[in-house]
Each structure stands twice: as C-alpha cells, then as structure tokens.
Design a protein around this ligand. Structure first.
Ligand SMILES: *Cc1c(COP(=O)(O)O)cnc(C)c1O
Length: 510
C-alpha cells in the first residue's frame, strides 16, 4: 500500500488530536464498564487478508482508545507510580518513532543519536546531583526492573571478582559463568541484603541466577524500611559469602527512605571492608535529589529537610536504578542506570565477536562515547533518550523542581486531610501528626475492618480518583501515589476529600 496524500493528511490530523489531549484534563480515571466492554468488542482478533487501509484503521484506533485507563490525562489517578507525559516528551516520542534511530553502536560519522543519549544521561546526573566523573557507566533501560537486573549483574561481577582477588585468582562471571566463577573464588553463597524491597528485585535476582531466596531483610524490627546496621554488619561478615546491599530509595508503600547520610557513610564503610557492592533502587525516590539545592524560602515553606535527608549519601553507592517513565513524566518505557564501574559493565555486557557491529572506538573531536550495546542488555534499542532530552531541555532544573514540589505539597495536603477524617488512619502510625517526611506517597486504611476490606474498591468505583491496594502490618491498606506533572493542589485535594467522605457516607447508609 502506498502512503497517499490523503493518508498523510488524515494521519497528521489524528496525531494533532492526540497531542491536543495532552493539554486537556480529563477528569475520569477509568472508563465506565460498558465502554470497556464495547471497546473490547472492537478489537480486531483475526488477521485480515486485505488490509483495512489508513482511514478505517484510524476509526478503529479511535474506538479502542476509549477502552484505555487514564493515568496520563487525569491528575487524580494515584495508582502505582505511573507518572504522566509532558506534552514535549510526547512530541519527542513521536519523532523517535518517525526517525526510528537504532541506538546501539556509536557511529559519530553517521548519526548524532548516541551523542544526544550521552548528553541526556549527563543532564540527568546534573539534575540528580550525581557526580558525572564518578558514575561513568550510564545507560537508558526499559525501566527500573531492567535497571535492577543491570545492578545485580554488575554487583555479582564485582563481589565475585573481589572474593577471587583474595585467592589471587582472576575471575569474571561474564567469561567464566556463575558456577565456574563461584568455584574459583571459593564462595558458597551470594546474599542480597536489603529492607522492604520492590518486588522487581526478586525478579532481577532470579534472572541473574542468584535466586529470589537469596534476598534477606535486614530492617529494624520496629521500623522495617530502615537498616538495622548491627544486623547488616553481622551478615556481611558471614564466611564464604559475598554480599550485594540494596538500598530502597523510596520504600514502595510509604515512600519513606531507607537511609540518611550517616547511615550511608556507615554502610559504605562496612561494605568496603567486606568487599560488598551497594546498589540503590531509586526508581521514584531518586528524583527527590533534584530538590537538594532548591531555594531556601520554598524549602522552609514545605519543610523539606527531613525528606531530603533520606536521599543524601546516595552518591556513595556503586550503582543506581532510576525510572524516567515515573516522576520524570516521559512515556513508557524508559528507565536509567548509573554505575561507578564502566569496566565491570563491559565484562558483563560486551557484545563481542560480531564483526559487522564493529564499534567506533575513537572519535577524534569529542569524548569517547561507549556504544550502548556493550554496556546494557539490548543490542538494537529504541531512542529512549529523546523524550527525556526534550523534557529536560524544556523544563530545566527549576521546572522539574517546581513540578515535584507541587506533587509533595498535594501529598501532604491529602495526608493532613486523612489524619483529620475520623474513620481513616494514616500509616505508618508514627507519621499521623507529622507530615515532614511525606514525599509523594500517602498510605492509609479505614479503622473499621469491614470497610477497610472494600476501601480501595469503593474509592476506585467513584472513577474520580484511583488508588492502589497494598498490605501494611498484615492488613489491607490503600496507597495514593502522586506522580503526574498536571497535579493542581487547589482542585485535586478537595476532590480527594470529597471522594473519601462519599465512600464513608454511602457505606454508613447501606
Ligand atoms: C516502579 C518500581 C520498580 C519497577 O519499575 P518498572 O519501571 O516497572 O520496571 C522498581 N523499584 C521501585 C522502587 C519502583 O517504584
């Protein structure tokens, strides 16, 4: 089929309509059930012999979009940490599809795609106050899960080769394989030591051959998301055992941080002693670092000091996971990964032996940009950097700081409202009168057990706001996670309060 002018006009019009939506707010979080059902019936389920053509396909697409949930256009969709999409990121994402650059090999004489990716990753370091000269291994991934896989793969390579050094052996998992490398370095075990991790850490542990069971929780008995440093020290000294320590920078249920600067200094010291590797999962928590040097007036106003303490010292870790499709508000799928050890990365990820992928190693006039295929999972890759680049350029440090401040302000406003509603309880309990540590997540439950069991479902049925269910201290809990660039404290906070009051009222009158 040829692309005719009519097709081009129609496609152009359709594109414009989609972009236009990004400037509108759509107040409904989920489509009504009957619309979902209708849209599901519009899915073409058999491959057509004759293609339907552009026009009919556009009509079909238009019908299908009615069956999508709405974390992007609604500012009150608080499920998971979905983020939104800034309009400029959406435009750049379209450019990314149109030009379809395959960012796997650095080809400075052919395209500037890798140069853009390289610059974008440096700008991200600047945004998050991470030293560029220290974190020399930088790459985009499909998300925080993939970044955690990279972190554990690099950690595995590091701790095993460290153990081998003690026996004057030269070992690389990338070369020798996990089994051979363990034998040569005379290790019985590898353990991952962490506090309340995201579920993807267990998945990553499985993928890199360490296994889900190797994760051990070393949280304090009364505050499970904080490190018990005595427990940690003891486990790090287990004989014939190598350790990867994982810092949850932003615990998933509460948004609270696992460490402060003093903790991080001590953990770094203990890990250096033990030859252990420190990985930080900062999927959404890392973003708080863009506020570190915000101007003092707003800092005082929002009382950010307690919160920011929690992401200080993250620069001391070996590797870091970040998500861009969350608080950076770019489209799926986009995460990033930083590590201090570029040579480890090439040990693990080097795509050796494909002559046709001959990598440009020297670039006369600029920095030596590593080819992405040698420092990450994929070979062929989407140009994920472009939407991040566009959004960073468009908003800058101040724009992103302002966006996050608005999200934090709204979270605290909602936390304060929940603490005043008699039928609800703000969690964790120590936070009930003190919102200084509230980041972008608000955790709560209904005091009445029966209502609590249905709380999430009843809230979401309103289609006015959407929250996720989770479990805390062995009982169900509801979680509000604020991550969309379009949040507006003055309209969103009252909306949440109204929905919560309505849920209670209707439950009481049943
Ligand atoms: C969301 C999240 C992940 C998983 O991220 P994906 O982008 O879904 O792969 C991992 N860790 C934390 C802390 C998260 O919040």
């Amino acid at each position: 089929m040829n692309a005719s002018t009519t097709d081009a006009n129609e496609l152009h019009h359709a594109q414009q309509q989609f972009i236009q939506k990004l400037y509108e707010r759509n107040e409904t979080t989920l489509p009504p059930e009957e619309i979902l059902e209708q849209a599901r019936n519009d899915i073409v389920t058999r491959l057509p012999d004759d293609g339907a053509g552009t026009h009919k396909t556009l009509i079909n697409l238009d019908k299908l979009t009615k069956g999508f949930n709405n974390p992007i256009l609604s500012s009150t969709y608080y499920g998971f940490v979905t983020g939104g999409v800034t309009p400029i990121a959406s435009v750049a994402d379209t450019a990314c599809s149109v030009y379809d650059q395959n960012v796997q090999v650095h080809l400075p004489k052919e395209t500037i795609a890798t140069d853009i990716e390289y610059s974008t990753l440096k700008m991200l370091c600047q945004l998050l106050h991470l030293p560029i000269d220290t974190f020399t291994h930088r790459t985009f991934t499909t998300g925080a899960t993939a970044s955690n896989v990279l972190g554990l793969a690099c950690g595995r390579e590091y701790v095993i080769s460290k153990a081998a050094e003690r026996h004057s052996e030269d070992v690389s998992v990338g070369r020798d394989g996990l089994i051979g490398a363990m034998r040569k370095s005379r290790l019985d075990d590898i353990q991952i030591l962490t506090t309340v991790p995201h579920s993807s850490l267990a998945k990553a542990a499985s993928i890199v051959g360490l296994g889900r069971e190797c994760i051990q929780l070393v949280g304090k008995d009364d505050v499970p998301y904080k490190f018990d440093l005595t427990k940690l020290q003891k486990l790090l000294r287990r004989p014939k055992t190598a350790s990867i320590v994982v810092i949850s920078c932003g615990e998933v249920n509460t948004g609270y941080f696992a460490t402060d600067f003093a903790d991080m200094q001590q953990i770094r010291h203990l890990c250096d002693e033990a030859g252990a590797f420190i990985h930080c999962d900062g999927a959404f928590g890392l973003m708080a670092r863009c506020l570190q040097r915000s101007d003092d007036a707003s800092k005082r106003h929002l009382q950010l000091d307690k919160l920011l303490e929690g992401c200080e010292g993250i620069e001391l870790v070996d590797s870091i996971t970040g998500d861009a499709h969350k608080l950076l508000n770019v489209p799926y799928d986009c995460g990033f990964f930083f590590s201090r050890r570029l040579h480890l990365a090439t040990n693990v990820f080097r795509n050796a032996g494909a002559a046709y992928l001959n990598v440009a190693t020297s670039n006369d006039d600029s920095e030596n940009i590593p080819s992405p295929l040698n420092i990450g999972i994929e070979n062929s890759r989407r140009f994920r950097a472009l939407p991040v680049y566009a959004s960073l350029v468009a908003y800058g440090r101040k724009g992103y700081a302002e966006m996050l401040l608005r999200q934090i302000r709204l979270a605290r406003e909602i936390a304060s409202c929940i603490s005043k509603l008699k039928f609800l309880q703000l969690l964790p309990q120590e936070s009930s009168n003190n919102f200084e540590r509230v980041y972008i997540v608000v955790l709560f439950r209904a005091k009445d057990d029966n209502l609590n069991k249905q709380l999430v479902q009843r809230i979401n049925r309103s289609r006015q706001i959407y929250v996720s269910g989770t479990s805390w201290d062995g009982a169900p809990a509801a979680r509000i996670a604020i991550s969309n660039w379009r949040v507006d404290v003055s309209t969103d906070a009252p909306r949440v309060e109204n929905v919560l009051r309505d849920v209670y009222r209707s439950w009481m009158t049943e």
